[in-house]
Structure formats: structure tokens, C-alpha cells
Design a protein. Structure first.
Lengths: 389, 191, 333
């Protein structure tokens, strides 16, 4: 049903429709509206769920870990500092192959402290072994949340749904909320084989010696790679029920035989998409990277065949190295016979607004050979003392 | 697409105003988008929110740099530098003020309509929240949406006596400004 | 009054006190809401503590409203790291100063979120290791900076956005965590509760704590007009009512034993306090659960009065300030 809703509110309603039995909540801007909305649904008797208001995000992650291990569909949401505080437990959840969904309302990471949107937080935990899906609109956030529970439960891998903090969570727009019966048709009741049950006692989280560790890691890596199929299937199956596609692994839009492509993730795609209108008829296309983990190498190489120039625009960086997505893209493309030339920029750090003319400026900047493999596109050097520029 | 920027102070319902206008637009079958310029706000601090209304789905998500209209919820904000920056040529300002439209148009150098929204709100709902009278007046001036859309939006957020009083406020403010003064085919214009 | 252009040697404490008896450690111009109890609390603490301190501050309102880059309201050395580690950072600073033979006193500041909840572990560790740090918790009873969510310090039945009243619930389900007892169990040399409604008491306790070499703890009750739902002009009056009802007892402990209390000659009924705040408004509806909760809160207050021996059958002769009345304008109504 189409409604004008704030992003967080829509996400909270959708989570409720997925019938979690346990939700752990700890406040952090800009995710807080999600857990507040869930609290209200519980207080009003709409959602029957154990809401555990924990004392820190570390405990929030630990609570959902315990809840899933005990056999309940569980959910939590966080951002930035909270995600990092959970980090130890995130690795633990993934390593134990526990299915759950976490919404990360993407926010910059301190220091300096910032409450505004960038992707440093979820990028910081990209190696934790979680599936990471990035949403470019609130509609995608809602649809991806539903899909996430199924993907997670079928692959026995936890799923992080990344939604730009403020830019999406606090934006009110028209969203088509799923109906309960649609969600019920798509998402069966929670089933997980390795639960803690006195009737069939099992031991979880054991010490593993060098004799077995490698094999367990291999199995995890392989499961992550295979999850790509499940991610594509979930998108297709949900589209059949809801009528809406969410972008699979990578969405391609624009010229069919483009020689220039721009790859980006998150809400900036909305602005880039509109800016693309002025390049109608030109050989440019837009690539929306939705699935970052597992990294869709094959799909990326397929979409870059014949592309001469690929611009990777991201909202995070690894200080001392450069772009994070850029580095992974370059690695994937190095296996092509004729890979495109890659230009890698970061912009919008710490919530800096990404204006409509960004696309034009990026295309202009990449019309000449890049001096550096990576640069922060919108840095205003005059704000810094001379020695630091 | 029409882009609107709403300036207020924390506690005056700045974000709520943006959301109400957007919800009213969706009630009328239009596409909408509303969000605050995200500051760490406290009561009294200057805050800004943005609204976009269009007939087709809205894709861009950047902050509104070139609004067609400004709604200013607090005239003390006029001291802020750059408050009216970016207003499109031919754009107009709705200002919560007890001074006259002519006087403020001259002072701001841009077409301005004033409304004593605070006094109206205090009288009707006993709270200093000028956004409902301002939104109602905005709809009268632009003819953008029917007032009943605004009422439907209010029904989603309020109930009981508070809702009834707010509905009265919508009616009260609707007649206080010249109808259709800013009516033009602005939906076709884009920033 | 010193002007910023004058340089005063910090060692010259006595002269400094004579020139500016109340040190302005937190300068005006910060971005707190009107009537902010925490801003008042921090100002009073630094007035009494003086300039020779180093402050480690947890994430929260105080840190956010006082340090918007490139400005700062702090006239003392001050560091903010993350939400949960103020006590741990303070421990580190203390260790370094000790190693360097420096005398400055280390203060750790945290809200109730950063002290009762996410920073609890670090507080306990700091107290257990006996660091020479004064930890001050500015208790406004919820996560205010993120928009009013419940913490373990939120009083029972209070409304917050994560403990909203509704069909299934009447506000916060659980009781306010008895942090003072937990601190007491660490057997620190000195711990106390105080309130921004009693500035002389607060400043006296700060000076006492600072003079002690070892871990000390102050719990400062700070109303939050926005979060509690009251006019900013009523902050002091409401803080005073919290004390006068017995809901927020003012006590001092040494090595785990209660040594002093602020007695209540005529305790006020809790409803006098509850009715002043929007966060308790649902306790005054016709809902039968509302009466139950009011009685529950009264029982909690009565329990405090009995536990800490706050009842006194005559006006307190030590109460020279007549702290439980308002000097100008008579009794709090």
C-alpha cells in the first residue's frame, strides 16, 4: 500500500511484518527512529515480540546472537560507533553461521565525531563474514529487509541491510509497504537447525585448532560466494509477489553499449540517476552496486565488457590506501583481458551534500588522465592549513 | 517539480511542517519528498527542512539549493546571513510576521506575503507552533493542493481535540491570504 | 573578574580564588537548551573544582553542545573519546599524570547512559583499581542526546520513546537502577548523590571529593526540560521536588557506609513531583493502571526514606540555607 512515510518508520513496520520474536535495541543517531517505531508497535500491542533495551550495542549484538541460537528470528539496528562496538560479536555471529538481519543506518565513524551519512561504518566490518546489501532508496530498504530475512535463513549467513543515515532514514517519501499476507507468503516461519535445545543438546562456539580452522573458513567463504544466487532469487521471487525489483547484485541503467560507466552505492544513486537525464543518447551508464558482500566479481566484469572508463564513486576510504570499493573493483577487473580504466573518488564524507552537478563534475575530472589512483573529490583544501593540504 | 525550503527554529515544528506538506501532496496523488537539513538541533536553534513535490517520482536526494518558495516560520531568522539565498527568480516567500507584506517585500527585495501565524496558533491551539497556519496559507497562495489534503495529513498525526483545533486553524489561515496569488504552472519548472 | 587576555599561573590558586571565586570552567555560549540541568551541573562542578583539572567526557548532550567545531566552551583541558570509555580514558590520564609526577586532578564526566549502561564496565574497573579520579554522573534519566530513550536510570513508569505508554505498557517497566549501592559496593573512599537544586551542597561535595586521593563518585540529578516535558524555567523547582519526595535521596557514603543524608522534614507526596512533567502524564489518566503506578512510585519513595533514614521530626538545625524552601517567594507550591 502506497503511503508517505519516513524511511525509519517504513523499515520498522516492515521488520514487524517479518515477525521477529526478539529485537534488541540501543539508541544511536540516526538509527534510533527505527527502534522507537518498533517500541511503539509493541507498546500498542501490534507486534508481539520481546524487545530487549540493552545497555550497549555490544550487548545488542550479543542478545540477538543468543536469541537466534535459541531458535528465534531476531533483529537489531545500529550505526557507526554502535556497529564498531559490536564488531567482535559480528564476527562471532557470522563465524557461527547464525541467521539474522541487522539494519545499519550508515553514518561516519569518530574521530572526528559526526552523526551524518557516510559508509565508513559498514565498510569497516566488510571482512566480518556478513552479507552486505546497500539500498539506494527507502523502497529498496523496505523490500530488501523482507528479502534479507529469507536470504539469511536459507544461507545461514547474517545479513546487514545498509541504509543511508538521515539521507534515507529521515526522509519522508512515498513508499509501497508490503501487505502482511505478501510477507507471510514469501517468508516462512523461522527454522534453524542448530539451536540450543535440552532435547537435542549441541555445543556452539567451540575452540578450533589449526587442524580444522582452515576448512571452516573455507566453508564460510564458499557459502558467501554461493549466497549471490540466493540474493538474486530472493529479488526475483519478491518481485513476483510485490511487483517491485530491488536491483539484484548490480543494477545497470543507461546506454546499452556504454563506453563510460559510473559505479556507486547508496542513496547518491537517486541524484546520479536524475543527473543522467542530461546525458540521454550518450554512451554512459550507471551501475548501482547493491550487493557488496559477497563481492559480485563476475557480474561486474560482465557489465564492464566494452567499457573504456569506469568511475567508482564511494562514501568511505581507507586512510593511507585509498578507496575501498575502488580497490576491490580494480582487483576484480584485473582478470579482464581489456579492463576499463578506473577512476576512483570518494565524496560526501561525514554527510556532505552531494549536489546534482556532481555527475557532471566527475565526468569532467575523469576526461583527463588521473593524477592519483584515488582522491577525495569534494575536498576544499582552503579550509586546511597549508601544511596539511 | 517544485522545491520548497522551510526555515524555522527547533521546537516550532519545522520538520513536522515539511512532513505534513509532503503527506498532503501524496494525499492529492502527487509524488513527494521531505527531509530535514540534518543538524544537531535544540529548541530555538535555526533549522531547515526541504520539500519536493512533483507529478513524477522524485529521484534526486540532495539538499534544495534553488527553492521556488521559502516558508519562514520565525521572523527573527531574517538576521541569518544567506537565509533567502538560492530563491528562484520569480520565487516567493511566506513569512510568519506581524508586519505587512508590502513592508517585508521591500525589505527582502523579493515578493513576500506575511501571516501572523504565531498569534493565530496561540489563539486557537494555545501553542507557539506556526506551521499549520503557514501551510494552509501556502496552499491558498499557490493553489498547489486542496486544503482537504492538509486536513487529511493532520488526521494522520493528531486526534481528538488537538485535531479539531488544528482543523480550525487551517480554515482560519486559509482566508487570510490572497488565493492564487502565486499560482502558475510551476510544476513544469525544475531547478 | 579575569579577562581572557590576563594570564594567571595556575599554581596561584589562592589569588585566583580571590579574583574569581567561582571559576568559569564551562563558558557561556554553548548550545544547550534553555533550562538544561546538565549544563548547570557541569558549570557548578567546575566552579568548585577550579582550573587545575583534566576532564574526560563521555559522548552525550554535554559533549555535543559544548564542542561544536571549531568552538569549545571548555576552559579546562578536556577530551572526548567514545560513549563507553570516559572512566577508562580518565584512568589512562591519571596513570600518565602519576608517572609524570603531576598534581592536576582528573575528572570523568558521563551522563546516565554513559555511566549506568554502556560505560558501566569502565566505571567499575576504574573504581576497583583505585584510580585517583572523581567520576561525575550527570543523571537526566534517559538517553537525551539521541532523542529521549530509556536508560537503566530512567525512573519506573516514565515515558521515553523506547518505553512509551500504550495498551501493553505503562512506560518504563523496570526500576531505576540503584547505582549508588553498586558504587558503594566498590568501597570507595567517598561517593555521594546531589542535585542541581542544591548548588551549595553540590559544590561542597565536589571539593570534598577532589581533596581525597582515590576514586570518588558523584551522582548529580539534572532535569531535562525537553526529555521530562516541562518548561525550562522550572528546572530547579522540579529538581528540588525530586529530592523532597524521597525519589532522589541525597546521601553520602564512605567506604560503602552511609555517613550523611539530607533529611526530609516534610516529605512531599510523589504526585506533586510527577504531575509537573510530561513524561509522567499518563499516570494521571483514568486508566486503573495509572493509580497502581502512582502508588508504586510512592512506595519507592517511602522505601528510600526508610532505607536511608531521611525522616526527621523537626526542622534540620544544620540546614542553615533552609534548603528545602525557596528563599525568595516562600515555599515551593
Amino acid at each position: 500500500m502506497q503511503q508517505a512515510l519516513e524511511g525509519s518508520q517504513a523499515i520498522a513496520k516492515t521488520v514487524a511484518q517479518c515477525r521477529p520474536q526478539v529485537v534488541a535495541a540501543y539508541p544511536i543517531t540516526p538509527q534510533t527512529h527505527i527502534v522507537e517505531n518498533i517500541s511503539k508497535l509493541i507498546a500498542d500491542g501490534v507486534l508481539d515480540c520481546e524487545m530487549v533495551s540493552v545497555e550497549s550495542e555490544f550487548s545488542a549484538a550479543s542478545v540477538v546472537l543468543g536469541a537466534v541460537a535459541a531458535g528465534s528470528r531476531s533483529y537489531t539496528a545500529t550505526s557507526s560507533q554502535g556497529l564498531l562496538l559490536m564488531a567482535e560479536v559480528l564476527y562471532n555471529i557470522a563465524g557461527m553461521r547464525l541467521p539474522m538481519v541487522l539494519t545499519c543506518a550508515n553514518r561516519a565513524v569518530s574521530a572526528p565525531i559526526s552523526i551524518w551519512n557516510d559508509h565508513q561504518d559498514s565498510m569497516a566490518v566488510r571482512d566480518a563474514g556478513w552479507i552486505q546489501l546497500y539500498c539506494s532508496s527507502n523502497q529498496e530498504a523496505v523490500d530488501t529487509t523482507v528479502q534479507a530475512f529469507r536470504i539469511s535463513e536459507r544461507t545461514e549467513l547474517p545479513v546487514m541491510v545498509c541504509v543511508d543515515g538521515f539521507t534515507l532514514t529521515h526522509t519522508l517519501e512515498i513508499i509501497d509497504l508490503p501487505e502482511q499476507k505478501q510477507v507471510d507468503a514469501f517468508l516462512p516461519s523461522f527454522h534453524f537447525s542448530r539451536t540450543l535445545d535440552p532435547q537435542q543438546p549441541i555445543t556452539l562456539g567451540t575452540l578450533v585448532t589449526p587442524d580444522y580452522f582452515t576448512e571452516i573458513r573455507h566453508a564460510h567463504h564458499r557459502a558467501m560466494l554461493k549466497a549471490a544466487d540466493e540474493i538474486v532469487a530472493a529479488d526475483k521471487d519478491w518481485q513476483a509477489i510485490s511487483g517491485r525489483a530491488s536491483g539484484g547484485l548490480i543494477r545497470e541503467e543507461g546506454a546499452k553499449h556504454a563506453d563510460t560507466a559510473i559505479l556507486a552505492i547508496g542513496s547518491v544513486l537517486g541524484t546520479l540517476r536524475e543527473a543522467m537525464a542530461q546525458y540521454e543518447g550518450e554512451k554512459i551508464k550507471l551501475l548501482t552496486l547493491r550487493c557488496f558482500r559477497p563481492f559480485p566479481e563476475d557480474e561486474l566484469r560482465r557489465m564492464c565488457k566494452g567499457v573504456k572508463k569506469l568511475i567508482v564513486l564511494e562514501r568511505a576510504l581507507s586512510p593511507g590506501a585509498g578507496g575501498i570499493i575502488g580497490a576491490e573493483v580494480r582487483a576484480a577487473l584485473s582478470r579482464m583481458a581489456q579492463p576499463p580504466e578506473v577512476y576512483n573518488y570518494a565524496a560526501g564524507l561525514g554527510g556532505r551534500d552531494m549536489p546534482l552537478d556532481l555527475l557532471e563534475r566527475i565526468l569532467k575530472a575523469s576526461s583527463k588522465p588521473a593524477r592519483d589512483a584515488f582522491s577525495i573529490f569534494d575536498v576544499q583544501l582552503q579550509k586546511l592549513p597549508a601544511g596539511e593540504r | 517539480m517544485i522545491e520548497i525550503r522551510i526555515h524555522g527554529r527547533g521546537g516550532q515544528g519545522n520538520v513536522v511542517a515539511a512532513y505534513l506538506l509532503a503527506i498532503a501532496a501524496s494525499d492529492s496523488g502527487l509524488q513527494c519528498q521531505a527531509f530535514p537539513a540534518f543538524g544537531a538541533e535544540r529548541r530555538g536553534a535555526p533549522v531547515v527542512a526541504f520539500v519536493r513535490i512533483a507529478e513524477v517520482p522524485i529521484s534526486r536526494r540532495n539538499q534544495v539549493l534553488h527553492p521556488a518558495y521559502l516558508i519562514i516560520q520565525d521572523q527573527t531568522l531574517l538576521h541569518e546571513p544567506g537565509l533567502t539565498d538560492g530563491l528562484l527568480p520569480g520565487g516567493a516567500i511566506l513569512l510568519n510576521s506581524t508586519r505587512s507584506s508590502d513592508e517585508m517585500s521591500k525589505q527582502l527585495g523579493k515578493p513576500t506575503v506575511t501571516l501572523p501565524a504565531t498569534a493565530m496558533a496561540l489563539e486557537t491551539v494555545s501553542k507557539d507552533v506556526p506551521n499549520v497556519p503557514l501551510l494552509s496559507a501556502f496552499l491558498t497562495l499557490t493553489g498547489l493542493l486542496p486544503h482537504k489534503s492538509l486536513v487529511h495529513a493532520l488526521e494522520q498525526r493528531f486526534k481528538g481535540e488537538v485535531l479539531e483545533k488544528n482543523k480550525q486553524l487551517v480554515e482560519l489561515a486559509a482566508d487570510r491570504v490572497p488565493a492564487g496569488l502565486w499560482k502558475e504552472d510551476r510544476l513544469a519548472a525544475s531547478a | 573578574m579575569t579577562t581572557p587576555s590576563e594570564t594567571i599561573e595556575i599554581k596561584d590558586i589562592e589569588r585566583l580564588r580571590a579574583i574569581e571565586p567561582r571559576f568559569r570552567g564551562l563558558e557561556s555560549g554553548h548550545r544547550a537548551c534553555q533550562g538544561c540541568g546538565e549544563a548547570l551541573g557541569a558549570r557548578l562542578v567546575l566552579q568548585a573544582a577550579g582550573p587545575d583539572v583534566v576532564v574526560a567526557n563521555a559522548t552525550g548532550c554535554l559533549e555535543v553542545f559544548s564542542t561544536p567545531w571549531p568552538q569549545s566552551a571548555w576552559r579546562v583541558p578536556w577530551i572526548h573519546s567514545v560513549f563507553e570509555n570516559a572512566a577508562a580514558v580518565a584512568s589512562g590520564i591519571e596513570a600518565a599524570l602519576k608517572a609524570q609526577g603531576r598534581q592536576s586532578k582528573v575528572l570523568a564526566f558521563g551522563g546516565d547512559g554513559g555511566t549506568f549502561d554502556i560505560g558501566f564496565q569502565a566505571v567499575s574497573g576504574m573504581l576497583e583499581r583505585n584510580h585517583n579520579v572523581l567520576y561525575v554522573c550527570f543523571d537526566n534519566e534517559a538517553y537525551m542526546n539521541t532523542g529521549i530513550q530509556r536508560s537503566s536510570s530512567t525512573p519506573h513508569a516514565a515515558r521515553t520513546t523506547t518505553s512509551p505508554p500504550g495498551k501493553a505498557r505503562m512506560g518504563k517497566r523496570h526500576l531505576k537502577k540503584d547505582l549508588v549501592s553498586i558504587i558503594a559496593a566498590h568501597h570507595v573512599p567517598y561517593a555521594a548523590s546531589t542535585s542541581v537544586a542544591y548548588p551549595a551542597d553540590l559544590r561542597k561535595k565536589v571539593r570534598r571529593a577532589i581533596d581525597i586521593e582515590g576514586p570518588t563518585f558523584l551522582l548529580v540529578h539534572c532535569p531535562c526540560p525537553l526529555g521530562w516535558g516541562h518548561d525550562g524555567a522550572l528546572t530547579i523547582e522540579i529538581a528540588r521536588l525530586a529530592v523532597q519526595t524521597g525519589l532522589f535521596p541525597i546521601i553520602e557514603l564512605e567506604r560503602g557506609e552511609v555517613t550523611e543524608v539530607m533529611p526530609l522534614h516534610k516529605p512531599r507526596p510523589v504526585v506533586d513531583y510527577l504531575k509537573t512533567q510530561g513524561r509522567f502524564r499518563h499516570l494521571f489518566s483514568d486508566d486503573p493502571r495509572a493509580l497502581e503506578e502512582r502508588e508504586h512510585l510512592q512506595a519507592l519513595a517511602d522505601h528510600n526514606i526508610s532505607t536511608y533514614g531521611l525522616a526527621i521530626d523537626h526542622a534540620d538545625p544544620l540546614d542553615s540555607e533552609e534548603a528545602d524552601t525557596v528563599r525568595r517567594g516562600g515555599l515551593v507550591s
